[in-house]
Design a protein around this ligand. Structure first.
Ligand SMILES: *Cc1c(COP(=O)(O)O)cnc(C)c1O
Length: 350
């Protein structure tokens, strides 16, 4: 692109690559003798494949999982095709041909998908077996099909439904997957996501597949003191304003000033993942000082109380809270949703 340089953005997302590498190493160590891979679907859980994949690769990750074929080109800029797996598998022959042409591995999830792969002359693939989540994966009843025996399976995997809870489902899925691993021939077996890693090395098999906790999510309490915050959003003040008693702030006038106060309008809104439910009871921060959010969150703006922070000026950047565990509890959103809704307007070139 030619033309004038774009001025600095009003939204910044600090990505702490050292924390990301630390988190991968911590999860890799907790996986015992099994190496940890990395789930990087949904643009690296919203933080940007171009930032997280090189950092995770440098830390030692060698298996990268995305959901869609549309996510593959971005990954191929950073890692070899045989380190990339597409979890949704194959919907048709065209996707099978794309997989073969690129060398990216499909995760086959049904006998129909196996048919697409064999029909295209498929080579090494991965296989997802459903051990109780009933979402995506080959039903265990189909494992005896002769087509399965014809596959050259690298990773035979399954996915835990309730690993973030102390549920009897975890042991049941572990037992089911043990029986799968004795009946399906594969080079490697893999069961655990982030929460599954924290359940212990019984769940690790030959490879683990963390996602959330790479990016700072606390998938189970056992991870709380081992995982570091990775994403640090900041937003600029657009305007300072003085209110008098009776002035109402924002759409639908949900906040009314009881007396004189000074407020700041800040350049972040629900289009940037700061969803409406994150407003009430929450605050932005400046130099450790909490600036409570007033009234409704708009698409591109929120208003905060700066009465206790007279030095705040237009143009100042405020810290947006992003402690995933605490923010999830306060908003009712999941830690996954907090990450993947961040939006595209942040400057991440830090
Ligand atoms: C998303 C995903 C993961 C990673 O899960 P987290 O809970 O984010 O650690 C692992 N395996 C599969 C099949 C997935 O879809």
């Amino acid at each position: 692109m030619t033309g004038p340089d774009l001025p600095p953005a009003a939204l910044r997302l600090g990505i702490d690559r050292e924390a990301l590498a630390h988190n991968w190493q911590a999860l890799d160590a907790m996986s015992g003798s099994a190496p940890a891979g990395a789930a990087v679907k949904a643009d690296g859980y919203g933080l940007g494949v171009d930032h997280v994949v090189p950092a995770l690769s440098a830390a030692g990750a060698r298996e990268f999982f995305v959901a869609h074929w549309s996510e593959v080109p971005a990954l191929l800029r950073h890692v070899p095709a045989d380190q990339i797996s597409v979890l949704h598998g194959l919907r048709n022959a065209q996707e099978a041909r794309f997989a073969l042409a690129t060398g990216v591995r499909p995760v086959l999830n049904s006998l129909e998908q196996v048919g697409h792969w064999i029909g295209a002359g498929g080579a090494t693939c991965h296989l997802m077996v459903d051990s109780g989540i009933n979402r995506l994966g080959l039903p265990m009843a189909d494992l005896g099909d002769e087509a399965i025996a014809r596959l050259e399976v690298d990773i035979c995997m399954s996915h835990l439904a309730s690993a973030d809870e102390d549920s009897p489902k975890n042991a049941a899925q572990l037992a089911a997957f043990r029986s799968v691993s004795s009946s399906v021939r594969a080079k490697r077996y893999s069961l655990a996501n982030s929460a599954g890693i924290a359940l212990g090395t019984d769940y690790a098999f030959d490879l683990t597949r963390p996602g959330l906790s790479l990016y700072g999510g606390i998938a189970r309490p056992e991870l709380a003191d081992r995982i570091k915050q990775v994403a640090w959003p900041q937003a600029a003040i657009l305007q300072m304003r003085d209110l008098v008693a009776g002035d109402a702030v924002g759409y639908n006038a949900l906040f009314t000033a009881a007396g004189p106060m000074r407020v700041a309008t800040v350049a972040i809104g629900y289009a940037d993942g700061f969803l409406r439910c994150r407003g009430p009871g929450s605050a932005l921060h400046k130099d450790g000082l909490a600036l409570p959010i007033l009234g409704r969150v708009s698409m591109d703006m929120i208003v905060v109380d700066c009465t206790g922070c007279p030095e705040a000026r237009e143009g100042d950047f405020l810290n947006v809270p992003f402690d995933l565990l605490r923010n999830a509890e306060a908003s009712g959103l999941s830690q996954y949703e907090l990450l993947t809704t961040l939006g595209k307007r942040f400057d991440t070139t830090n």
